[in-house]
Ligand binder design. Structure first.
Ligand SMILES: Nc1nc2c(ncn2[C@@H]2O[C@@H]3COP(=O)(O)O[C@H]4[C@@H](O)[C@H](n5cnc6c(=O)[nH]c(N)nc65)O[C@@H]4COP(=O)(O)O[C@H]3[C@H]2O)c(=O)[nH]1
Length: 884
């Protein structure tokens, strides 16, 4: 027993036994002492008896106190054990000595019975003491020797042969007892050792079991045990967690009743003595998501080797599976359309994808180990890359355009995104670069820019770009104090060309005009096309003096007119073109839009002044423009407030027969009184208000025809209605007329639509279709203002006109201008040749009427008969005419 800890433990156990038996031995010792004292009282001096008894009591009290002190101290340490053993032995020695003293002091000189009683007492006492103290050999020997030896000596001292024999026997008894004591003590010690070993084993078992339970509880592995009937007999908490259940809910379950039986085959196989592995998705219940598990099961055997069940170990591998899925996704993503490059933190290329090879022309093995510098195009300076790296280090991200060189040397624009891959500890482990070729995009962007800012036909800046540039010029002008100028240019006879020669010829003209304009002005001047046949020229940095600037601009304007005046060769067709130019000077930071409007107004003035000329903007034009804006506002209100009235002007045959009337629109303005259509019709056209107005006029005309039907005098009256170009071009114009006629149920032949030459020519195909459709219904047509336009007579034969209307400008000059009288005669002759009627408008004098009649124009309209009047007045006038 070399282990000092164990030695101490044994001693501690012995000590516990000694002290445990102390109380009984103390009580019995004191009681025996009392009996002895009582029995020997008459044989021994009472003072001796009392003294001895007192000693016994003192020793007993001391030992009792010792026991108490020991119990409260409960020593476990080695030093403590020795301390208490020492004191215990002292106590034993004391009690042994006091009892040994009894062998002399309480041995009576006479009275053999008392003597024998004493011998008996001491023998019995020593035997009892041996039992009580046998846990400690020394204490037991000490007690037996001290308590017995004095009486043996006393017996020898008597000289009596019997007592001496008893003394001899006592000695033998003592010797035998000591020998026995050794054996008893050894067996007690062995017993203690056995006990200690057993306790130690038990403790080890307990600790091991506790550790095992903790392990099972906290391991990420689920374990369960099942018997041969596939009933779960044990499971740990992780297993219950994996199955989204509780231990109590699982133990006792029949695995055969599990909702997902996919693991059953493997578990059964284990019962046949084989180790099985299962991996798959397991669904604990139909309504929970599946868990990916990996299960290993093996048979469980009893001591004889018989299979009593199975044990299965389960791992939740869902995360691993997800990671595998993600890896697969990443792998696919890596091989995506975009080129990818993975580098180490010091930019050494570690991996590239197939798109990289396709884009750069470099194979993976050619770039691995190199740095992306090999793609450098040389188009970026050091600062560019320094900035890129700074941003990458600071934010872990960079993206932008970069020019790179391909293997074949081609330099391409790429959109590059670089992201740093950061480890959980914040370290950058890789950089991942993704890039795609944006050269085409850049081209597309340039194309989009071109489309957005340039006119596709002439390639000149368009309105939007011109406005931008003008804005910039205004800022510059305000800064340097120099005048600039806007030249608003409109071709004078572009429309005719377009109408008569088609759009291709028109386009050719525009391209050539653009070229001439561009080549006439300085490089720094801006030439743009606003749309249609409108161009803009911006002259910057003219002069700080307004007069000089105006002069410079005028010169440029005239140079432009000159350049444009040269004949144009349009695919063999020679065309002459002029332009009207409106000029607006600027210097202060004015509003671009306003300046443009001013230049537009000036151009309009140039046109009014006879075309092929240049006009500067003057503020009175602005007043006109404002008036026009006000008029537009009022016009909208007029429609809503029914301010339009219809006037009727008779159309006569010879001098006295009314053929019908022309409907003429008037605007009853609340402040300005009656407003002439000449003032508002063109504005109504521009703003599309002419559409609802035209419809109203058409409906009102039909209503009036219906009313005229009632009287025999007016039943045959025709009504001529002016139709504007905008109105005629609406897709459903034919239907509108038809609806107006049908809704009133009138004879279509009484409705005459007046169309102007320009309207008719604007889109001749559409005109033909619509006129024929209406003609088929019976509607009549009159060609208004005839002679004022371009008089392309050829179309007249194609169109179903019933009547030509000689414009009042010619009628006015009958008798004044011979050429106009000739024109009038020509028109009349032409109408007769074509077999259509002819009517003259603006007939104011009897002389004019006579001239017209003499030359074959019997129908007239004009102040000579009546001004346009409201219907009531028309009726009165007609009645008067009948009664003349
Ligand atoms: N100096 C003079 N003038 C005479 C004489 N007889 C008639 N007039 C005027 O000549 C114009 C004839 O109409 P228009 O040529 O169709 O010319 C019309 C027509 O183009 C347009 N207009 C009038 N009403 C309508 C309408 O309802 N719709 C459309 N789209 N245009 C209309 O407005 C133009 C002007 O109309 P108004 O001012 O009514 O002017 C009328 C009429 O008042 C005359 O003996 N001497």
């Amino acid at each position: 027993m070399s282990n000092p800890n164990k030695q101490t433990a044994i001693q501690a156990a012995q000590l516990r036994q000694l002290f445990a038996a102390s109380n009984a031995s103390l009580v019995s010792s004191t009681l025996l002492a009392a009996i002895l004292a009582y029995m020997q009282r008459d044989m021994i001096d009472s003072s001796i008896v009392l003294t001895w008894l007192t000693l016994i009591v003192l020793v007993a009290v001391s030992r009792t106190l010792l026991v108490k002190a020991y119990r409260s101290a409960a020593p476990e340490q080695e030093a403590g054990t020795r301390f208490w053993l020492k004191r215990f032995r002292i106590g034993v020695l004391a009690v042994g000595l006091v009892w040994g003293a009894a062998g002399f002091l309480m041995f009576p000189a006479n009275g053999p019975q008392h003597q024998i009683f004493l011998i008996f007492m001491l023998a019995g006492l020593s035997a009892g003491g041996v039992v009580a103290f046998s846990a400690d050999l020394q204490s037991a020997v000490l007690f037996s020797v001290t308590s017995l030896l004095p009486i043996i000596i006393r017996l020898f001292a008597t000289g009596d042969s019997l007592f001496m024999a008893m003394g001899m026997a006592g000695l033998l008894y003592l010797g035998f007892m000591i020998v026995s004591l050794r054996r008893i003590n050894r067996s007690i010690t062995e017993n203690i050792v056995l006990h200690l070993d057993a306790a130690e084993r038990e403790e080890a078992m307990r600790i091991s079991e506790q550790r095992y339970r903790l392990l099972l509880k906290h391991s990420p592995i689920g374990i369960f045990h099942y018997d041969t009937d596939l009933i779960v007999t044990y499971c740990n908490e992780p297993f219950a967690d994996i199955l989204r259940n509780t231990v109590e809910g699982i133990v006792g379950l029949d695995i055969k009743s599990f909702k997902d039986r996919s693991i059953l085959a493997a578990l059964r196989q284990a019962l046949k003595g084989e180790k099985e592995v299962y991996e798959g998705e397991y669904k604990p219940s139909p309504d929970t998501a599946g868990i990916w598990i990996d299960m290993t099961c093996a048979p469980s055997r009893d001591g004889t080797g018989k299979i009593v069940g199975g044990i299965a170990i389960i791992r939740d591998i869902s995360e691993r599976k997800q990671a595998e899925d993600m890896l697969r996704v990443s792998a696919i993503a890596f091989e995506s359309q975009a080129a990818m490059i993975v580098t180490s933190p010091d930019a050494v290329i570690l991996r590239v994808n197939r798109a990289f090879t396709a884009l750069t022309g470099y194979k993976a093995e050619e770039v691995l180990g190199q740095t992306p510098h090999m793609l450098n195009s040389g188009r970026h300076d050091r600062g560019f890359f320094a900035g890129m790296w700074t941003l990458l280090r600071e934010t872990g991200h960079w993206q932008g355009e970069i020019w790179n060189r391909r293997k074949n040397g081609l330099i391409v624009a790429e959109w590059l995104t670089i992201a740093a891959v950061v480890a959980p500890d914040g370290r950058i482990t890789h950089y991942v670069g993704t890039f795609s070729d944006i050269t085409e995009n850049k081209d597309a962007v340039a194309e989009i820019h071109r489309l957005a800012y340039y006119d596709p036909l002439t390639h000149l800046p368009n309105r939007r770009l011109l406005q931008d540039r003008l804005g910039q010029e205004l800022v510059a002008g305000a800064r340097n104090g120099l005048y600039g100028a806007i030249l608003f240019l409109d071709l004078d006879n572009f429309k005719t060309l377009n109408d008569t020669r088609g759009h291709d010829a028109g386009d050719q003209l525009l391209v050539e005009v653009a070229r001439r304009l561009r080549s006439t002005v300085r490089e720094c001047d801006i030439v743009g096309r606003l749309g249609g046949d409108e161009f803009l020229v911006l002259l910057a940095d003219l002069s700080a003096d307004a007069e000089v600037a105006a002069m410079q601009t005028k010169q440029v304007g005239e140079k432009l007119l000159e350049a444009l005046a040269y004949p144009y060769d349009l695919s063999g067709y020679e065309f002459h073109c002029s332009a009207s130019i409106g000029i607006r000077l600027y210097r202060d930071q004015e509003i671009a839009e306003e300046l443009l409007r001013h230049a537009d107004l000036a151009m309009y003035q140039a046109k009014m002044a006879g075309r092929n000329t240049v006009r500067f903007f003057d503020p009175s034009m602005q007043a006109m423009a404002t008036a026009r804006a006000d008029l537009e506002k009022d016009l909208r209100r007029a429609l809503a407030h029914n301010q339009f009235k219809l006037y009727f002007q008779p159309q006569m045959y010879r001098n006295d027969q009314v053929v019908g009337a022309e409907v003429l629109l008037r605007w009853q303005h609340p402040e300005r009184g009656l407003v002439s259509p000449l003032e508002f019709i063109s504005l109504a056209e521009k703003t599309s208000l002419i559409l609802p107005i035209g419809r109203c006029v058409l409906d009102a005309a039909c209503t009036q025809l219906k009313l005229w039907e009632r009287s025999a005098y007016s039943r045959q009256f025709r009504l001529a209605v002016n139709v504007s170009a905008r109105q005629f071009r609406t897709v459903d114009f034919v239907e509108q007329v038809q609806q107006a006629l049908n809704s009133k149920g009138i004879n279509p032949e009484l409705l005459e639509l007046e169309l102007t030459e320009s309207l008719v020519l604007e889109n001749i195909n559409d005109t033909i279709l619509k006129m024929h459709a209406l003609r088929d219904m019976g509607v009549r047509f009159s060609l208004d203002d005839f002679g004022t336009g371009y008089s392309s007579f050829s179309y007249l034969t194609q169109l179903p006109f019933d009547q030509l209307k000689i414009d009042r400008s010619f009628v006015r000059n009958i008798g004044v201008k011979t050429s106009d009288a000739v024109i009038v005669q020509t028109i009349i002759g032409m109408a007769h040749n074509l077999g259509i009627e002819v009517i003259a408008e603006g007939v104011e004098t009897e002389a004019q009427r006579l001239f017209l009649e003499q030359h074959g124009c019997h129908a007239c309209q004009g102040f000579l008969f009546s001004k346009p009047v409201p219907i009531e007045e028309f009726i009165v006038w007609h009645r008067r005419l009948r009664h003349q």
